[in-house]
Design a protein around this ligand. Structure first.
Ligand code: FES
Length: 137
């Protein structure tokens, strides 16, 4: 971990001062770096006085966290509405297209575009997402 990363972590911890919101802290780190390294977890464990196993459990339990860098992530919704509109088929199509880490999600909050997906943090319909992915190749 370099000095810059330590400085950022200190700022996050300072902002969350006195908070027991471990998920909030982890989400900020994930949002900043796109993943959370084991070294970062150890650092946070020491600073927060929280067992490393607790942080590791949270990071491996929730699918929004990554222990390794992930460049391109596609989340395909398989929530109820999207499932009824072909979300699982969309997931299989996108998963087989390569070039992206494909994850399943439960209701992305844009059921009107079902089946929906999230590409690089942007919500869109499955058709728009597939087009965007083709263009990116
Ligand atoms: S069920 Fe897919 S966006 Fe709501």
């Amino acid at each position: 971990m370099d000095a810059e990363e330590k400085r950022v972590l200190e700022l996050i911890l300072k902002k969350q001062k006195g908070s027991a919101d471990l998920l909030g802290i982890l989400q900020e780190v994930e949002g900043k770096y796109g993943h959370i390294t084991r070294e970062t977890l150890s650092y946070l464990s020491e600073k927060l006085e929280v067992p490393l196993s607790t942080l590791y459990h949270l990071v491996t339990f929730y699918r929004c966290f990554h222990l390794e860098p992930v460049e391109k992530v596609v989340k395909v919704c398989v929530g109820t509405t999207c499932h009824l509109k072909g979300g699982e088929a969309l997931y299989q199509q996108v998963k087989g297209s390569g070039g992206y880490q494909v994850e399943k999600a439960r209701c992305l909050g844009c059921c009107n575009t079902a089946p929906a997906l999230e590409l690089d943090g942007e919500l869109m319909s499955g058709d728009a997402g597939r087009e965007r992915m083709k263009e990116a190749r």
